[in-house]
Write a protein that binds this ligand. Structure first.
Ligand code: THU
Length: 146
């Protein structure tokens, strides 16, 4: 399988801003059932940042994660090219990683972009959509049918 080159890292100031934005987004989380607030900040290739939070529902399966909220906001505003996303939670002792559904939705818009998993103290680990969802299925595969 062809490997795409890794995305270049952002400048430290841009990373810090994205992390702060994800923490800000977390403040809007609507999570009365899980009490697990999540925020996401999605950076487009042209430098715009979209915020997202998890939004739960009394009908539990209808809840949506912070990452997908941010992506849906961006897509609905006409932005499809993503550079990075930062994800913030209240978990102090671990870097929380996106769920499988969010990984697939991220992958829809390419595998070669960055994912910053963050802690409340602002520390982070950098991964990529490719690393989170290797050997993935994507839009290009639909073109392969004879
Ligand atoms: N959640 C997110 O928003 N993003 C993640 O990466 C993991 C989980 C949300 C979904 C639900 O509202 C709550 O966290 C508990 O699963």
């Amino acid at each position: 399988m062809a490997q795409k080159r890794p995305a270049c890292a952002l400048d430290p100031e841009d990373i810090q801003l994205l992390v702060l934005c994800s923490q800000e987004a977390k403040k809007s989380a609507y999570c009365p059932y899980s009490h697990f607030p999540v925020g996401a900040a999605l950076l487009t290739r042209d430098g715009k940042i979209f915020l997202g939070c998890n939004i739960e529902n009394a009908c539990y399966p209808l809840g949506i994660c912070a990452e997908r909220t941010a992506i849906q906001k961006a897509i609905s505003e006409g932005y499809h090219d993503f550079r990075a996303i930062a994800v913030a939670t209240d978990v102090q002792d671990d870097f929380i990683s996106p769920c499988g559904a969010c990984r697939q939705v991220m992958r829809e818009f390419g595998s070669n972009w960055d994912v910053y998993l963050t802690k409340p103290d602002g520390t982070y680990v950098l991964t990529t959509v490719q690393e989170l969802l290797p050997a993935s299925f994507g839009p290009e595969d639909l073109q392969k049918v004879q």
